[in-house]
Design a protein around this ligand. Sequence first.
Ligand code: NAD
Length: 477
Amino acid sequence: MTAMVPVTIIRGDGIGPEIMDATLKILKAANARIEPEFVSVGLEAYEQGISSGVTDAAWESIHKNKIILKAPITTPQGGGYKSVNVTMRKSLGLFANVRPTQTFEPYVASKHKDVDLVIVRENEEDLYAGIEYQVSEGAFQSIKLLTRGGTERIVRYAFEYAKNNGRKKVSCMVKDNIMKIGDGMFHKVFKEVAAEYPEIESDSYIVDIGMAKVAANPEIFDVIVTLNLYGDIVSDIASLVAGSVGLAGSMNIGQEYAMFEAIHGSAPDISGKGIANPSGLLNGAILMLEHIGQHDVAANIYNAWVKTIEDGCHTGDIAKKGDKILNTEEFTQAVIERLGQQPNTLPKAISEGKVAMNMTNVCKVCEESSTQEMVGVDVFVSGKWPVDQLGQLAEDSSTDKLSFKLISSRGMKVYPGGGLVAKDSDFWRLRYYGQGLSNADIYKLLENVDKNKLHWVKLETLYHYNGERAFSLCQGE
Ligand code: NAD
């Protein structure tokens, strides 16, 4: 018997309070060993002028308890309001978003049968790091940032999750045929970590075909691990094909903190009517109980919930012809009445005997040291130029250490003797190579660039790591 665990409870907006009350009622009836601590987050906080939507008292509770059960929050549109989800994810280091997706055929209509997959999405890096620039009048840049440490952490988490939850296979989704350096690193780390888990099968997909397969044959997947943007898209595809948007819970996991929720929003259209389906949040709460080691309670609630679904007791959102439609309170009562019962045909919880995930020592692969040698620099220049004139000035800017190599536009070599230049190009990459370089050599080059009246807006230094090129070549280079 574990001790009572204090949990910060966010009742949320719209249908949030209704489904949170229902969920907590079921947890209480099942003797979950938690102590709820209610805080005010969302509309109430926005109305007090707190643009993050999170009050100081809420932060205090979160920092103390480290476990959060959260109902959906309405994010007001415009006006500088920040999404509570993004704020929490970033400030609490919630690096993994985990979303189990299942079908409940023939009891809940779905496009496919026998789907039971879990998507483990990296939550902090990739294009969501929010590093963006307008680099010229006509060019805009969003930086896709991946770290080796962050990649290893999410991949290792996916394998640990698989190991501890009776899963057989982990699939990786990347686009490393195009992004050979960033996605290539993710894929390499995946293979290295997979080798440490020989008992778990592993495979990889190029993300476009991978997502198409999730839409067409979701039953072939077990655990999917992927980058932030791909994970965002593929988790919505998976929930839609499984027909479980209103039923699925999800968890956001960090080294210290963890937050559990439903995947749907605050449903303002049905708020206050007492008809909302509490299943998504209840499934989020079941994940929370697993996470804090209360597997017995989690399994009891899950089995009772599945039995309720099997018995045709449904809320209006998932009811089929002939089902008895229950309101939130009646559905809650139906689950409580079935505590202690097992499903007849659908799979029951397999949670007995699971152990907490070992996420210590997560960064094994990235501890390797590497040698680094500067071999050149890309100078990015803005402005409308005839390419031959720009090429001449770029060549003239070379120094005794840094020799001009080429100009590219949108990744394509356009000078010397290069590809077609788009009419409106106003953002150029001037590439210089050299040997035995230091930062002082770059300053000298930039002085020449200035003298030639070229407007440079950013730089990327070019390196070899462990003797290998660590930057992409231009198309045509
Ligand atoms: P939504 O998920 O709230 O609603 C989409 C549709 O599904 C609506 O018709 C709604 O009635 C129905 N629905 C959703 N949950 C239901 C439930 N439990 N039972 C029965 N029907 C349900 O999506 P939306 O309308 O795009 O977003 C509404 C608000 O929720 C927005 O302010 C959005 O920012 C916010 N939101 C919050 C979260 C979160 O806090 N995690 C997630 C998504 C959206």
